[in-house]
Design a protein around this ligand. Structure first.
Ligand SMILES: CC(C)(COP(=O)(O)OP(=O)(O)OC[C@H]1O[C@@H](n2cnc3c(N)ncnc32)[C@H](O)[C@@H]1OP(=O)(O)O)[C@@H](O)C(=O)NCCC(=O)NCCS
Length: 143
């Protein structure tokens, strides 16, 4: 049976979050609530994807851009469906769509120690960015 790759919609939310929760290397936060994912999908129509085989959700990825740089997040393939090219295809579809939109660069974040993910991304031609340090600060709510 073939794998279908289609745009993610908010109707996929429960299945997608179930996949993310069982995928090592994916850390969910309040940014992944239904409301925030719905907002993200509205802001980036068509870019985030799900993979289904016979209706079963087997892969998912978030992809978006801010007009100058793109971001891929929460790429996951169900453990029974790995090493079949689904991850490569999901990323390839994201990159092609971004290229067509004229976005020239895409970033990803990998949890420290997720060496499998590093190997995967290296295989796809991505390189670690060692010259930058990522920092973060939370904003007060409703200010
Ligand atoms: C990382 C992940 C998405 C890869 O998905 P996948 O569908 O198995 O990947 P693919 O089959 O498309 O593999 C693409 C290439 O990467 C290689 N690759 C995939 N997983 C690898 C691993 N763990 N170690 C080394 N190479 C790997 C494959 O061999 C393939 O190379 P090839 O085409 O030359 O044979 C999947 O392992 C996963 O969901 N991991 C858990 C969640 C996670 O860590 N996500 C990444 C967050 S940054």
């Amino acid at each position: 049976m073939g794998v279908d790759i289609v745009s993610m919609t908010i109707q996929d939310y429960d299945e997608v979050t179930a996949l993310w929760k069982e995928s090592e290397g994916i850390q969910l936060s309040d940014a992944d609530s239904r409301v925030r994912i719905a907002h993200f999908l509205e802001r980036n129509p068509g870019l985030s994807l799900v993979a289904r085989e016979g209706g079963k959700l087997v892969g998912a990825v978030l992809c978006g851009h801010d007009g100058r740089r793109a971001y891929i997040d929460h790429l996951a393939v169900h453990s029974n469906y790995r090493r079949q090219g689904i991850g490569r295809t999901l990323v390839g579809r994201c990159m092609y769509a971004l290229m067509q939109m004229g976005i020239p660069k895409c970033h990803i974040l990998i949890t420290e120690g997720n060496e499998d993910a590093v190997s995967f991304w290296r295989k796809l031609g991505w390189a670690p960015r060692v010259e930058m340090l990522s920092m973060i600060r939370e904003l007060p709510e409703g200010a």
